[in-house]
Design a protein around this ligand. Structure first.
Ligand SMILES: *[C@@H]1O[C@H](CO)[C@@H](O)[C@H](O)[C@H]1NC(C)=O
Ligand SMILES: *[C@@H]1O[C@H](CO)[C@@H](O)[C@H](O)[C@H]1NC(C)=O
Ligand SMILES: *[C@@H]1O[C@H](CO)[C@@H](O)[C@H](O)[C@H]1NC(C)=O
Ligand SMILES: *[C@@H]1O[C@H](CO)[C@@H](O)[C@H](O)[C@H]1NC(C)=O
Length: 320
């Protein structure tokens, strides 16, 4: 043990040394953390700008650098609605790119990095080509619920400032980029105009069949327009979680089904159902109804890391 009073000067020198060491360590740790976060966000935000060759004239970006953006891409004055967008965008669990009047929403939670890279490549190149906005949600927006509810919640938030939102599950991939969302919004033969929500038929139907009012719905890809009806519809879906007797893995799908059963006429007046071939062709190892030229392939197997690892390899060989 030794005598505690024997070496007071050495003891205090040692204590000061330890304090100084800890302080340095904390400083270095904080600085490298900040630098890492900055590097990652800076890299991610810079992606669309590096694709300037593909950007059409009307695209403007929140991250626009005026020097690079001169002439080719006019940066519009930010309206109040756009300032609200900025607030949403600045939340750490979401990132949006572009300012188009059509927004693509994907929830990307728990995905392997290799898949995330392919997903972003797909979304950003498609959005940039047509002047759309892409919003990606990376962490749950409601920690008290299973994460499929994050999609519903994100949709509610986005529709508070965006006009038209296309929800695309992380396993739905744009395969034909020339197809514009506007072409779906004007599909007259399915009574799409004036509807608040557009869903697609499900995998049981054949590729070329037209849906009927009883067709089942697949919620992998759908379009919502901002309206009081859509808002109430989403709120009702969200509430159903607590009252629902369904506790399956496809919570959102069940909520839509229950709403449809309970409010048939109201549902049919506000929702259009179009054939899946227009934006949600099922494409799984045992059920491949994707045909060459279709807009979106939905690789709809159960969510698993293994599935996304495999899919990442497959997508890497395609021109996304
Ligand atoms: C941007 O464009 C304007 C007009 O076309 C030009 O006068 C100006 O020098 C350009 N600025 C930069 C940074 O290139
Ligand atoms: C979005 O804006 C473009 C250009 O202003 C317009 O042509 C298009 O119809 C708009 N789309 C929707 C869904 O409002
Ligand atoms: C579209 O609406 C018209 C008139 O409301 C109706 O007669 C027709 O059956 C509808 N078509 C489809 C595909 O729902
Ligand atoms: C993409 O869709 C368009 C319009 O339906 C079609 O004309 C074109 O052939 C498709 N592209 C490919 C590569 O299949």
């Amino acid at each position: 043990m030794g005598s505690p009073k024997a070496w007071p000067a050495a003891r205090s020198r040692r204590a000061a040394g330890i304090r100084w060491g800890r302080c340095c360590y904390r400083l270095i740790y904080t600085m490298s953390l900040v630098a890492a976060v900055y590097a990652v966000t800076a890299h991610f935000r810079a992606i669309p700008l590096h694709r300037s060759g593909e950007l059409p004239n009307q695209v403007s970006s929140l991250q626009a650098n005026p020097m690079q953006m001169n002439q080719t891409i006019p940066v519009a004055h930010l309206s109040r609605a756009e300032q609200e967008k900025l607030l949403w965008i600045e939340k750490p669990n979401s990132l949006c790119f572009g300012l188009g009047n059509i927004t693509i929403l994907s929830v990307a939670i728990d995905l392997p990095k290799a898949y995330l890279v392919q997903l972003r490549k797909n979304r950003l190149s498609y959005a940039a080509l047509h002047g759309y906005r892409y919003c990606e949600v990376r962490t749950p927006l409601d920690f008290s619920r299973p994460f499929p509810w994050t999609k519903v919640k994100a949709m509610m938030l986005l529709l508070s400032f965006a006009e038209t939102v296309v929800a695309m599950e992380a396993d739905a991939i744009v395969r034909n980029k020339t197809i514009r969302v506007e072409s779906i919004l004007s599909l007259e033969q399915y009574n799409v105009s004036g509807k608040d929500v557009i869903y697609t038929s499900d995998y049981q139907q054949s590729h070329d069949a037209d849906p009927d009012p009883k067709s089942s719905i697949n919620t992998g890809v759908y379009i919502m327009r901002s309206s009081p009806w859509t808002k109430a519809f989403l709120e009702s879906q969200y509430k159903l979680h607590t009252s629902s007797i369904f506790q399956t893995s496809n919570l959102e799908h069940d909520a839509v089904k229950v709403y449809r059963m309970k409010n048939k006429e109201d549902f049919n007046a506000h929702v259009a159902i179009i054939p899946f071939r227009f934006m949600n062709s099922p494409c799984t190892w045992d059920l491949d109804k994707y045909e060459e030229g279709d807009f979106i392939a939905h690789y709809a197997e159960e969510h698993s890391l293994d599935k996304y690892e495999r899919l990442a390899l497959q997508l890497a060989t395609m021109n996304l």
